[in-house]
Design a binder for this molecule. Structure first.
Ligand code: 13P
Ligand code: SF4
Length: 336
């Protein structure tokens, strides 16, 4: 269903010729974006995996939990979401009466794509006695079929908030799911999905890097596979990893997640060295191709023309809102 919305809006844009608009290289996009923010009472929410220029113009930069929390409390009229589709969907679900635009409607997510709504519905129906916890990296249809949403920042607390004997389905990330099984001791039924970026890191190449940089600490996102996580000195969400590098005393880090986060790490600790975690081959697969579809030019255009706009079915939004609100409530209880 979300894909149908996506296509409709893209077609609308193409018919208006919007995608062909060239941005003059003379234009100071940083200045123009600031002007548009004031003119339209717009807020730019961006994920850490965005290009550094986008990070620099964002009003709020954060991980998936922080972005959902900001979206829930914004007073802006226009929400400009620099991230991927499921993140903008979450902002729209929390603000059904506001306009939500994103630089590129085609910025998807391999993890969200691994759980189509119709397949997930059948899976849920086959296990009626299970509570469903879904990672926020999923389509609105999957959220609507879930009891509680979680992110990598609050997943452990959310699993532990349920009674010990409660049967749980965890979807769609099998790697985060396996990590949570290990951390909480809960025997959860895992959906078989994964992130194309976090699955590409090489144990062999990280080990070789460790030999060349013996003092470096390995820090990793829990979407990575178990053999990679076993090498990590610290595991956390993007915000968790960033905060760790600010407080920790090491001078060097091998950062095993998408490369976008290195920009903030370097800004916060200019005296430290951050080495991107190496992928299995010599591609740039540690850059998320979906996140990186967004550019400063596209961000400017989407603010100027307020397109592409994310349009969603009101009934789907209402159903998906409940488990997201549940997540926000539990997070607030834990001070997250
Ligand atoms: P967090 O934002 O929770 O760290 O998750 C990272 C991610 O993969 C987002 O797509
Ligand atoms: Fe999806 Fe992975 Fe890209 Fe995050 S990094 S948006 S989980 S494909």
């Amino acid at each position: 269903m979300a894909d149908i919305n996506t296509e409709t809006a893209s077609q609308q844009l193409e018919s208006k010729g919007f995608l062909d608009i060239a941005v003059s290289p003379e234009l100071d996009l940083f200045l123009e974006i600031e002007k548009l923010k004031k003119e339209k009472n717009a807020v730019v929410l961006a994920h850490y995996y965005q290009d550094s220029d986008i990070q620099d113009v964002a009003d709020y930069l954060g991980d998936s939990l922080g972005l959902a929390q900001q979206a829930a409390k914004t007073s802006a009229d226009l929400i400009v979401f620099a991230g991927v589709h499921f993140m903008a969907e979450t902002a729209k679900i929390l603000n059904p009466n506001k306009k939500v635009v994103l630089p590129d409607l085609k910025a998807g997510c391999s993890l969200a794509d691994s759980a189509p709504g119709y397949k997930f519905k059948a899976f849920r129906e086959a296990h009626p006695d299970h509570v469903v916890i879904s990672y926020i990296n999923c389509k609105a249809e999957v959220k609507a079929l879930s009891d509680i949403i979680c992110t990598s920042s609050n997943a452990e607390k959310i699993v532990e908030s349920l009674p010990k004997d409660q049967k749980i389905i965890f979807a769609p990330d099998r790697n985060l799911g396996a990590y949570l099984v290990k951390k909480t001791g809960r025997d959860m039924l895992l959906w078989d999905g994964s992130c194309m970026v976090h699955e590409i890191f090489s144990v062999e190449r990280i080990t070789k890097l460790k030999i060349r940089h013996p003092e470096a600490k390995v820090i990793a996102h829990p979407e990575c596979e178990e053999p990679v996580l076993r090498l990590a000195d610290f595991i956390g969400s993007t915000t968790g990893l960033l905060n760790y590098t600010k407080k920790d005393t090491a001078k060097e880090y091998i950062v095993v997640t998408e490369t976008g986060i290195l920009h903030q790490m370097q800004l916060a600790s200019p005296e430290k060295t951050f080495i991107p975690g190496p992928p299995t081959n010599h591609c740039a697969c540690n850059d998320c191709p979906h996140m990186k579809l967004n550019t400063l030019e596209k961000l400017y255009l989407c603010m100027k023309y307020e397109q592409p706009e994310l349009l969603m079915d009101p009934a789907l939004m209402a159903a998906a809102r409940k488990p997201i609100e549940r997540m926000l409530e539990i997070s607030a209880q834990y001070g997250l």
